[in-house]
Design a protein around this ligand. Structure first.
Ligand code: FES
Length: 140
């Protein structure tokens, strides 16, 4: 069964204006016993995420390493006013889950990606979430 791709608003809605989300895919991630040459799974995931995000407000970038090499494929997600997320143990086929998470994150009102509604890959693959400087004032 084909995955259902989430509708990601790309037209500002005055009632619930989505914040832009940026997805950063590590293009260097590879499987542990995979040789260093050849097309890396991170590159394949980057291509799939870029294609899935076409014509949406979701921006896709790539990085040479996100510092999570032992638990790749690694993806970070950021948005203005929101905590930053790092996910790992993703797969080349995780693009739809990543876009679903980005859509949730884009429309959240509190700057968090809602845990319960997230795809399973973004629940078990959470490596870290990091507050913004603005959120630090709310922390003890
Ligand atoms: S190589 Fe992908 S996180 Fe380091």
């Amino acid at each position: 069964m084909a995955a259902v791709r989430p509708a990601i608003p790309n037209v500002p809605d005055p009632a619930c204006e989505p914040a832009a989300v940026t997805i950063v895919v590590c293009r260097s991630c590879r499987l542990r016993d995979m040789p260093a040459d050849g097309v890396r799974p991170g590159v394949r995931l980057l291509e799939a995420v870029s294609e899935a995000a076409r014509n949406t407000d979701i921006s896709v970038k790539s990085a040479g390493c996100l510092g999570n090499c032992r638990r790749g494929i690694s993806v970070a997600m950021l948005r203005p006013g929101g905590w930053s997320y790092l996910f790992g143990e993703l797969e080349e086929t995780s693009a739809d889950d990543i876009l679903a998470g980005a859509a949730l994150f884009a429309t959240s009102s509190d700057g968090f990606m809602p845990f319960g509604a997230r795809p399973e890959a973004l629940k078990r693959g959470l490596i870290a979430r990091i507050p913004t400087f603005d959120h630090l004032k709310d922390l003890p």
